[in-house]
Every structure is written in structure tokens, then in C-alpha cells.
Design a protein around this ligand. Structure first.
Ligand code: ZN
Length: 401
């Protein structure tokens, strides 16, 4: 099974400088290649990876600065671009900017696992030898547990990270020995509710951090574009944002582990967060309505990391053999979960948290009702539902509100 391992890298100053250089060369290769692809598309033609790699080799003869960086990293950048263009289309792939809106943090991959040597040099330290960069020291915060397939260096703010793709040698499980089944409801107030009645939630910023962030953002607005003071302010904001991101990732991983363990099946509502959050301008009809509500909901959805949670669940499920399916979420929180009732009506929902069936009087937390109905749909072999490209407002399967 392939797995990722990420460590904090501690490079020497010269190495850091060189790594930044590799990053910017990769960036300019990406941008040049993307511009070339777009130019071809404008004429109704295509250019593929193979041709671009060939042109890169020719460009190396002409521009010596291209020869100063590891060639594999540049090829990898072209390969990543090729994949991005095939997945998202040439016009949707973004430029990699130095700063500003499309600012891109330097990251590059060494795809040849055979050329990378990893050693442990102490209880807390390891080092990896990368082509042209040399030995890179890193904090041995967890075991490697497999043969290295590739290595990636990435800068996040001031710090560099090295991550390895490793082949653990364990087979990827396809069937779980467990018997449990669980439905998951992702919400805005409580991040996660399960059909077993458990809740998972966490604040990713403390009250103090939130206040500080607000103050810094106001400060940034006052400071002059391109000034040193503005850059310093931006770095402070980025540090808080990074902490928030790390905590969210941690929360998703821990919740995923808790949800997946002991279960053979996890059922999630299919959420098209991109569609849900794209209408930040409110309803599409003029005059636009619900702008503020929509914007608030969008922020909440993105802040809770719904998509990240699904990825974490799917990732964890690879090691336990748990099946993960998504079902149509329409009306899951408005349907009575009591066997034999199944009444669907908007009046069933007393408030955000309270569910009270208007027919049978069944009372429960609305998020748990959502999770139970989600699980039931997974049971009944409800058509597995993939989010991308599917309309969110599909007709309900039973009854109309
Ligand atoms: Zn009922």
C-alpha cells in the first residue's frame, strides 16, 4: 500500500536558497508550458507531455539556468501540468504566481525513488540524500515504514517540509472483517454527527487568535502595497492560518480514525461543496437574494473542512478495508427515522438542532436524524452517488415535502 510520510526539514542556508531557486525554475517551467498549451488550444490544436519534455531538453541547451536544477523535478512539473490539464481543462489550470492572488509556495518532487537515500542519524534525526541538493536533515517524528518511491520538498511560510511516498508492503485491504455500519452527517454547528449518536467538533482557532487575526487583517488593509510592514503583517496572518489548517487536518484524521474503526461500511452524504459554495452571490435570479446567508454558510462549510473529512475517511478506510459510499443527501434531515413512519416534511424540523416528527411525535437531534437516514440509504442500496457534476437538488426517493 502506498502511504505518505511528512517530516519537518532543517536545511542549511545554502540549501534553502538553492531549494527556493529550484522552486522558482519549476514555477517558470509550469507557466511557460501552460502558456504554450493555451496558445495551441487557441489555434484548436494540442500539445502533449512528450512534446513539451522534448522542448524542455532543447531549451536546456540554450538556457544554462535550466541545467542548474535537478532535471527530474522539471519533468515532474510538466507531468503534473499534463495531469492537471487533462483533469480540469487547459483554461481552468492556474498560473503559479510569485505572490498575490495566485501565489504558489515552492514545492517540487524527486520522482526517482532509487536515487534517494534515507538514513536515520539519531533518535530524533534523519537525513535524506536528494539529487544535486545533497543531504537534507529532517526531524524523525515517525517511522518511515517502507521503501521510498519519491520525495517532495515543500515550503510553507518560513519552514520547509520533506515528504516521502513509501510502499509499506502491506496489501491494501478490500474487505473488512468488522460488521459495524455507520452513517455520517456533516453539519455547520457540529462538524460531524454519527448514526450512533456521537458528535465530533473542534474549534480550529482560539478566541484570542480570532481577535488577533481580525486586527491583523485591518492592519494589512491600511498598509501600503509592497511595503515591508505589509509583508510582515501578511506573514503573521499566514502563520495563524497555517495553525488553523494544521488543526483542521489533525481533527479530520482523528475523526476519520474514530469513525472508520470497527465498521465495515461508512455512509456519507454526497456533498458537492464546490457547487454549494460557488453561489456566494446568493440566488442566481435578479434581484439576488440570500447573499449574506449564503456567504455565511459557505464560510462555515469551508471552515469545517467537509471535503477534507471525506478524503481522510477514504484514506483511513484503505488500511481497514472499510467500504465508503456516498448517497443522495436530499431530505435526509427532514425524514422521520422511526421504522414504519418515514414521514417527510419541513415542519419536522423545529430548529437547527431539534427534530420532531409531526405524525408520530418522534423526537431526536436533527443531525443524528440526518446520519441515521444517510445510513439507511446506504443500506437500501440507494444508488451510489458521485458528487462532481451531479445536480444537488435531485428528486427525493420517497414522498415530497
Ligand atoms: Zn415519525
Amino acid at each position: 500500500m502506498l502511504a505518505g510520510r511528512k517530516y519537518r526539514a532543517y536545511m542549511e542556508d545554502g540549501q534553502k536558497e538553492y531549494a527556493d531557486t529550484i522552486g522558482s525554475v519549476c514555477r517558470s517551467v509550469w507557466n511557460t508550458a501552460l502558456e504554450q498549451r493555451r496558445a495551441y488550444r487557441r489555434r484548436g490544436a494540442y500539445i502533449n507531455y512528450r512534446e513539451q519534455a522534448h522542448e524542455l531538453a532543447e531549451a536546456k541547451q540554450e538556457f544554462p539556468w535550466l541545467r542548474d536544477v535537478p532535471g527530474h523535478c522539471l519533468q515532474q512539473a510538466l507531468m503534473d501540468l499534463d495531469k492537471a490539464c487533462r483533469t480540469h481543462g487547459t483554461w481552468k489550470v492556474r498560473w503559479r504566481g510569485k505572490g498575490g492572488r495566485h501565489s504558489w509556495a515552492p514545492a517540487f518532487r524527486f520522482p526517482e525513488g532509487k536515487t534517494i537515500r534515507v538514513e536515520r542519524i539519531g533518535r530524533k534525526w534523519g537525513r535524506a540524500r536528494l539529487p544535486k541538493i545533497g543531504w537534507v536533515k529532517f526531524r524523525w517524528s515517525r517511522s518511515l515504514g517502507g521503501a521510498v518511491r519519491s520525495a517532495t520538498l515543500k515550503r510553507d511560510g518560513r519552514h520547509w517540509w520533506i515528504s516521502f511516498l513509501v510502499e509499506t508492503g502491506e496489501p491494501e485491504k478490500t474487505v473488512s472483517l468488522e460488521r459495524g455500519r455507520v452513517g455520517i452527517d456533516r453539519g455547520v454547528v457540529q462538524a460531524v454527527a454519527t448514526s450512533e449518536g456521537r458528535f465530533f467538533d473542534r474549534a480550529f482557532l482560539t478566541e484570542g487568535e480570532r481577535r488577533r487575526l481580525l486586527r491583523l487583517e485591518r492592519q494589512r488593509a491600511r498598509r501600503m502595497l509592497g511595503s515591508k510592514r505589509r509583508e510582515a503583517c501578511k506573514a503573521q496572518i499566514a502563520a495563524i492560518r497555517r495553525r488553523e489548517r494544521d488543526r483542521r487536518r489533525d481533527f479530520c484524521a482523528q475523526t476519520a480514525a474514530a469513525v472508520v474503526s470497527g465498521n465495515a461500511l461508512v455512509v456519507l452524504e454526497a456533498l458537492n461543496t464546490r457547487n454549494m459554495t460557488s453561489s456566494a452571490k446568493g440566488t442566481t435570479k435578479e434581484p439576488r437574494r440570500n447573499v449574506a446567508q449564503k456567504r455565511g454558510l459557505n464560510r462555515a462549510i469551508l471552515a469545517k473542512g467537509w471535503h477534507a473529512l471525506e478524503l481522510a475517511v477514504r484514506n483511513k478506510a484503505r488500511s481497514t478495508g472499510t467500504a465508503v459510499i456516498t448517497v443522495n443527501p436530499a431530505y435526509t434531515s427532514l425524514t422521520c427515522p422511526k421504522p414504519g413512519c418515514g414521514h417527510v416534511h419541513t415542519d419536522n424540523r423545529e430548529s437547527q438542532a431539534k427534530f420532531l416528527c409531526t405524525t408520530c411525535g418522534h423526537r431526536e437531534h436533527a443531525d443524528i436524524v440526518g446520519a441515521k437516514n444517510t445510513l439507511a440509504r446506504g443500506h437500501s442500496g440507494h444508488r451510489a452517488w458521485r458528487p462532481r457534476g451531479c445536480p444537488v437538488d435531485e428528486a427525493p426517493t420517497s414522498g415530497n415535502p
